[in-house]
Design a protein around this ligand. Structure first.
Ligand SMILES: NC(=O)C1=CN([C@@H]2O[C@H](COP(=O)(O)OP(=O)(O)OC[C@H]3O[C@@H](n4cnc5c(N)ncnc54)[C@H](O)[C@@H]3O)[C@@H](O)[C@H]2O)C=CC1
Ligand SMILES: C[N+](C)(C)CC(=O)CC(=O)[O-]
Length: 496
C-alpha cells in the first residue's frame, strides 16, 4: 500500500448502499470486516454488492489486490466494533440516530480507534457531541459506488484533532482513495454543495415541463459530464476563455450570472412531481434492473478510470499510485514461496475488451498476461519498479507463445513460472497459463530476457541482491524437468 496503516479489522455500522460499498472496499483491501445492520436481508444484499465489487476490481486492477479479508455479520453495533482498528458509520441520514449510535461506537472501541462517518452533509461537530473521545472522529464522505470511486471528503468537527484527520487521510489513501480535506465545516461539504446545485436545477427543469429525466441526463453525459471526469469545472472554463484564460472567461460570461438562468431553491417535491420523475425514470431505464444498471455503471467507470490511468491524470494518477502501493506491499510481504517449484505469482481475469471476433481472448492479450507474469517474477526477486527507478531493468528479447486452449470472458487465469536458466545477463523464463478453477492448461509462454542499463540502453550484468536472488532461484529450480513445449520451434509436421 502507498501509505502504511495498521488496520487489520474494521467495524462497519449500516450496510445499505454506502455501508456495503465500504465493506466491499475494505474486504478487497485485505481487511477483515464485521458488519452490523438490522436489515434481515443484509447477508443477501451485501453478497450482491461484494460480487459486483469483486468483478469490478478484478477488471480494474487484475491480480493486484491482496487476499480478501474475512466478512462477518455482527448481531449488534457493539459486536461489530469491539476489537476493530477502524470504524465507518453509514447509518441513514438522520442526525439524532447518528449521534446516538456514534456514542455507542465510541464506548465500545479503544480511544485511539478512528471513527469515520459517511454523512453526506451533517455537521461533524454535532455528530461527535455525545462522544467521550470526539477527537478521533471524522466525516469520511464517500461517493457511490464506494468500492470504485476514489473521492472521500474528510471533515473534522470542533473537537476533531488534526492528527485524526491526517491518520484518516493516510488510511483512506492506502485503500485506494483520494482524500480531500474540507477545511471549513459546512453543511453538504464541497462535493454535495455542487451536486445539490445541479440536482435542484434538474428538478426544476422536470417540474416546469422543460425536459424529461432522460433529456437532462443526456445534457450532462454527452457534454460537460465527460470533461468533468478529468478536469472539473475551473480548469475546463479556463480553456473556455481562449488564450486569455480565466480572466477573459469571467469578463465574457460574468454578466450571465446576473441573468435569472438558475433557481437553486429546490421546487416543492409534491406527489405530482415525484410521480412524474419516477415515471420518466422508469421509462429511461427501459426495464433494466438496478443491479444490471450498477454493472453497466461499473463497467463504464472502469473504462474511464483505466483510460485516465493511461493518461496518468486526475483520478488515473490516484489509481496508478494505488496500484504501485499494492505491488510494493506484495513485494514487502512475499507469499511463502517454495523456490524449488514453479512459482505461482500472477493471476488475472479475462476482461470483456480482451475478447476478439472469434469470441475468445485475442492473441495480443496472451502476451500481456505473460508480460505481467514476467513482471511478477522480476518483482519477486527484487527487479520491480523500485529497481527500474534506479536505472536497471530487464528487456525481453525473444518470445514464443503456444495457444493450447480458449480463454473466455470472465475466466480466472493463473500463471505458473519456471526459471529455465539464468546468469548475470540472461534470464530464461517459461510460463504455463492455467484456467485457475479447472486447472486446464491454456497457453505457455517462453521468454528470454536480458539485464540492461536502462539509461545507456545496453545489456550489462546484474549485480548485488538482484544477481544473488536470480542465481538462487535458477539453482533452486534446476532440478525441475523442462516443461512440455520448452524450446519448441514452429514447424509443420510432415504429412503422414
Ligand atoms: N446513497 C448515496 O448516494 C450516498 C449516501 N451517503 C451517506 O451514507 C449514509 C448511508 O446512506 P445509504 O447507504 O444511502 O442509506 P441506505 O438506506 O441504503 O442504508 C442505510 C442502512 O442503515 C441500516 N440501519 C438502520 N438503522 C440502523 C442501526 N441502528 N444500526 C445499523 N444499521 C442501521 C439500514 O437497515 C440500511 O441498510 C448516509 O449518511 C448518507 O448520507 C454518502 C454518500 C453517497
Ligand atoms: C445524494 N447524496 C447527497 C447522498 C449523494 C452523495 O452524498 C454523494 C454521491 O455519491 O453522489
Amino acid at each position: 500500500m502507498s501509505a502504511t496503516h495498521q488496520v487489520r479489522k474494521a467495524g462497519v455500522v449500516g450496510g445499505g448502499v454506502i455501508g456495503a460499498g465500504w465493506a466491499a472496499r475494505l474486504l478487497l483491501n485485505g481487511i477483515d470486516v464485521a458488519l452490523f445492520d438490522p436489515d434481515p436481508e443484509i447477508e443477501r444484499k451485501m453478497g450482491l454488492v461484494l460480487d459486483n465489487a469483486r468483478r469490478a476490481m478484478a477488471r480494474l486492477l487484475p491480480g493486484a489486490l491482496p487476499p480478501e479479508g474475512n466478512l462477518s455479520f455482527a448481531a449488534s453495533v457493539a459486536e461489530a466494533v469491539t476489537g476493530a482498528d477502524f470504524v465507518q458509520e453509514s447509518l441513514p441520514e438522520r442526525e439524532d440516530l447518528k449521534i446516538r449510535v456514534l456514542a455507542d461506537i465510541d464506548r465500545a472501541t479503544r480511544p485511539e480507534v478512528l471513527i469515520g462517518s459517511s454523512t453526506s452533509g451533517l455537521l461533524p461537530t454535532r455528530l461527535q457531541s455525545e462522544m467521550a473521545h470526539p477527537e478521533r472522529f471524522v466525516v469520511g464522505h464517500p461517493f457511490n459506488p464506494v468500492y470504485l470511486l476514489p473521492l472521500v471528503e474528510i471533515c473534522g468537527g470542533e473537537k476533531t484533532s488534526d492528527e485524526a484527520k491526517e491518520r484518516a487521510a493516510v488510511f483512506y489513501r492506502a485503500i485506494g482513495m483520494r482524500p480531500l480535506h474540507v477545511r471549513k465545516e459546512i453543511d453538504g461539504f464541497i462535493a454535495d454543495r455542487l451536486l445539490e446545485a445541479v440536482w435542484r436545477e434538474a428538478l426544476w427543469l422536470v417540474n416546469d415541463g422543460i425536459a424529461t429525466t432522460e433529456e437532462i441526463d443526456d445534457a450532462i453525459r454527452f457534454g460537460a459530464g465527460l470533461r468533468w471526469s478529468f478536469m472539473g469545472t475551473f480548469l475546463i472554463y479556463r480553456m473556455a476563455g481562449g488564450e486569455a484564460g480565466m480572466r477573459h472567461f469571467l469578463s465574457q460570461f460574468g454578466p450571465a450570472l446576473k441573468l435569472p438562468w438558475t433557481k437553486l431553491e429546490a421546487p416543492e417535491l409534491t406527489d405530482e412531481l415525484a410521480d412524474r420523475i419516477a415515471a420518466q425514470s422508469d421509462d429511461q431505464a427501459h426495464g433494466v434492473s438496478i443491479r444490471e444498471l450498477e454493472k453497466r455503471r461499473d463497467d463504464c467507470l472502469i473504462q474511464v478510470l483505466s483510460a485516465l490511468r493511461r493518461a496518468d491524470y486526475g483520478a488515473g494518477e490516484t489509481l496508478r499510485l494505488y496500484g504501485e502501493g499494492l505491488a510494493a506491499a506484495k513485494a514487502s510481504t512475499p507469499a511463502k514461496v517454495d523456490e524449488t517449484q514453479a512459482l505461482a505469482l500472477h493471476t488475472a481475469t479475462v476482461l470483456p475488451d480482451w475478447i476478439d471476433y472469434n469470441g475468445h481472448m485475442t492473441e495480443s492479450r496472451y502476451l500481456q498476461v505473460f508480460g505481467d507474469a514476467t513482471d511478477a517474477v522480476l518483482a519477486y526477486f527484487g527487479a520491480g519498479p523500485a529497481y527500474v527507478a534506479q536505472g536497471r531493468s530487464y528487456f525481453t528479447v525473444e518470445t514464443h507463445i503456444r495457444h493450447l486452449g480458449e480463454c473466455r470472458e470472465g475466466e480466472p487465469l493463473k500463471a505458473v513460472s519456471q526459471v529455465l536458466g539464468a546468469d548475470a545477463k540472461r534470464l530464461h523464463l517459461f510460463h504455463s497459463l492455467y484456467q485457475a478453477e479447472t486447472g486446464h492448461l491454456l497457453a505457455t509462454g517462453e521468454h528470454m530476457l536480458v539485464h540492461v542499463d536502462a539509461e545507456a540502453r545496453r545489456s550489462v550484468p546484474a549485480e548485488g541482491e538482484v544477481l544473488a536472488a536470480v542465481t538462487r532461484l535458477a539453482a533452486a529450480q534446476s532440478g525441475l524437468s523442462p516443461p512440455d513445449g520448452a524450446g519448441r520451434q514452429i514447424a509443420m509436421p510432415a504429412p503422414k
